[in-house]
Design a protein around this ligand. Structure first.
Ligand SMILES: [Zn+2]
Length: 175
C-alpha cells in the first residue's frame, strides 16, 4: 500500500515535470524567432536604427526603379508597408505583386533598417542583404458580393410591384 502510494507520487512528479517542460517550450521557440511583420518594422524601437533585422510580408504594387542595380519593393503586413531597397536580380524573383486582384508573393527580407536613410532623402527604408520568396502569390478568387445579389433582388421586387400597379391601372381604364 505504502509502496503503491510512493509510486503514485513518483508518477505525479514525473507528469508535473513533463507538463512544465511542455509549457516552457513555446516561449523558447518564440524567443528563437525574430522575424517581424512590416507593421512591427515601421514601429520599431528607434535605437535599432542601422541594425540588421528580419521581417516577412507580401510584395505589393510593382518593383520601382531605384538605381542602375537596385529596385524598390514595397512589403506589406498588418496594414503597413515598408520600402525595401533590393538588388534588381532579387527583386526580379517576385512573380506576383499584390493588388486588388492578386495575392502577392510572401517574401522574407533580412537587411539594415534606416529610420531616416542618408542615401535616400531621409526616407524610412530597409536595405536588403537577403531577399527570398517564401511562398508564391496567385490570382485572388473574386468573392461573390452579397450586396450585389440584394440590390438585384430589390430591383426585381420594385419591378413586380410597379408591374402589378400598372396592371391594375390598366384594368380600371378598361372598365
Ligand atoms: Zn535607403
Amino acid at each position: 500500500m505504502i509502496r503503491s502510494l510512493k509510486n503514485t507520487r513518483t508518477l505525479l512528479v514525473s507528469i508535473c515535470c513533463i507538463v512544465a517542460l511542455f509549457c516552457a517550450l513555446p516561449s523558447t521557440a518564440a524567443a528563437a524567432s525574430d522575424t517581424l511583420s512590416p507593421a512591427e518594422v515601421v514601429e520599431i524601437d528607434r535605437d535599432l536604427n542601422g541594425t540588421v533585422i528580419e521581417f516577412e510580408g507580401e510584395a505589393i504594387g510593382e518593383a520601382l526603379h531605384a538605381d542602375a542595380t537596385h529596385k524598390w519593393v514595397n512589403v506589406l503586413g498588418d496594414g503597413m508597408a515598408v520600402g525595401v531597397y533590393v538588388a534588381s536580380d532579387s527583386a526580379d524573383l517576385v512573380g506576383t505583386f499584390g493588388d486588388h486582384r492578386h495575392d502577392g508573393d510572401i517574401v522574407r527580407v533580412s537587411g539594415t533598417i534606416n529610420v531616416a536613410c542618408d542615401e535616400h532623402a531621409g526616407e524610412f527604408d530597409v536595405h536588403a542583404e537577403r531577399f527570398e520568396i517564401i511562398s508564391q502569390g496567385e490570382v485572388r478568387e473574386t468573392p461573390i458580393q452579397p450586396w450585389k445579389a440584394v440590390v438585384g433582388l430589390l430591383g426585381v421586387a420594385v419591378f413586380l410591384v410597379e408591374w402589378r400597379f400598372y396592371g391594375r391601372l390598366k384594368e380600371r381604364n378598361l372598365a
